[in-house]
Write a protein that binds this ligand. Structure first.
Ligand SMILES: *Cc1c(COP(=O)(O)O)cnc(C)c1O
Length: 412
């Protein structure tokens, strides 16, 4: 008899122990350690300050006055229009808010419903490796095979190797589940790197599902360039017709708990995804969707100023953390986007980041996540990144200062 699907999910997430028991995730383990030891939690990536008050006030007003009953299946019209306008304003993408936008319960539901809708057992789904932790588990729900394409560390950051890209696509590749700006490495794939992927996607008739939740959190080499750093793969020639683009208000506006996300793409694909999505959550809260719609429309006003300030402040916090890590003896790579910075602990004498992360709370008062938590268990990429650690810098300065005070104790 085939096994129930939860076992495939547990196995894909590296949680199935040899005795058949289910282990807790490294995130749960590390958060428990942080709570027990009072360590600075640079593990899980969520802001310790909530998003703008004027958006919270708007949400409160909508909760008081309504809408408080089921939102329309595709999402409130105001948010669908705001998403289409946002894509035109920032990237020149023409999106029909009626037929080509779907509001979801966070990017997570957008990813899950897209993969469940578009993939069949026996297909291959390709992701970068390392990858965001929901991807392997979601692919396991479909019975498809998860194949990966390594991001390789180089002095200037993580890169795709053209030979790896050519080898990763096969006749069975159905979907490329892409992520840029990339969690966990902070890589922002440039036009040249994206073109390698686009070429293969066209050659193999692959649908690209792209997770762009950090689209506005990018840090260019000089302070002014960040606005143009993120390139949606849908803007490359021939790609709009085969790309589903996913984003969310969680990271851009510091409301990770609201779970207001969305996707857009060709009407045919969006219809297929909506067919599945309506039987997952049906819809998310309309009041929160209305509040986010107002915020997205207001990019020249208070919301735009908030995002610009957040970006500048994250850039400063990134630099503080990178300098501390470098001083201590880690080899950090400066990320061009996201909440995260990854660093090699090998120069410090730690070859096994899992062991280091288990000891770090007691020894240094800091919690972080080994990069192997974002790799296929036992893969070549997991082997080559065995000594790498992910730290988040989306924490207040006092928390980063606490980490800075403790990290030197890791020297040995
Ligand atoms: C946080 C995150 C998500 C989840 O987004 P939600 O809107 O909270 O569901 C998806 N992808 C990546 C890469 C993330 O870092």
């Amino acid at each position: 008899m085939p096994e129930p699907r939860w076992r495939d999910v547990a196995r894909a997430a590296g949680l199935l122990r040899p005795d058949g028991a289910v282990a807790s995730t490294i995130f749960a383990e590390m958060t428990a350690l942080a709570t027990r030891t009072g360590a600075a939690n640079l593990g899980q990536g969520f802001p310790d300050v909530d998003g703008p008050e004027h958006i919270r006030e708007a949400a409160a007003a909508y909760l008081r006055e309504g809408p408080n009953q089921y939102a329309p299946g595709p999402g409130v019209p105001e948010l669908r229009s705001a998403v289409a306008a946002h894509q035109r304003r920032h990237y020149g993408l023409e999106v029909d808010p009626e037929r080509e936008v779907l509001v979801t319960v966070g990017a997570t539901e957008a990813i899950a419903s897209a993969i469940l809708a578009l993939v069949a057992p026996g297909d291959e789904v390709l992701t970068l490796e390392p990858f965001y932790d929901s991807y392997a588990a979601t692919i396991a729900l479909t019975g498809a095979t998860h194949r990966t394409l390594p991001l390789r560390p180089a002095t200037e950051g993580f890169r795709l190797d053209p030979e790896d890209v050519a080898a990763a696509f096969t006749d069975r590749t159905r979907v490329l589940l892409l992520n840029s700006p990339h969690n966990p490495t902070g890589t922002v794939l440039g036009r040249e790197q994206l073109a390698l992927l686009a070429e293969q996607a066209v050659a193999h008739d692959v649908v690209v599902v792209t997770d762009e939740v950090y689209e506005h959190l990018t840090y260019g080499p000089d302070g002014r360039e960040h606005e143009n750093l993120h390139v949606p793969i849908a803007t490359l020639p021939g790609m709009a017709e085969r790309t589903v683009t996913i984003s969310s208000s969680g990271k851009t506006l510091s409301f990770t708990g609201w779970k207001v996300g969305w996707l857009h793409g060709p009407a045919e694909l969006v219809t297929a995804i909506r067919t599945v999505k309506q039987f997952l959550t049906y819809v998310g809260p309309g009041a929160l969707q209305r509040a986010i719609a107002g915020a997205l429309e207001d990019t020249d006003g208070r919301t735009g100023a908030y995002v610009a300030d957040l970006r500048a402040s994250l850039r400063r916090r990134r630099d503080v953390l990178a300098e501390v890590l470098r001083d201590v003896g880690f080899a950090p790579l400066t990320p061009a986007g996201t909440y995260f910075l990854v660093a090699d602990a090998a120069p410090l004498g730690w070859d096994d980041a899992v062991e280091l992360c288990r000891q770090m709370p007691e020894r240094a008062g800091v919690v972080a996540i080994p990069i192997t938590a974002f790799c296929t268990p036992g893969s070549a990429t997991a082997g080559s990144l065995r000594s790498w650690v992910r730290f988040t810098f989306v924490k207040s300065m006092p928390v980063l200062e606490q980490a800075a005070a403790g990290l030197p104790r890791l020297r040995r």
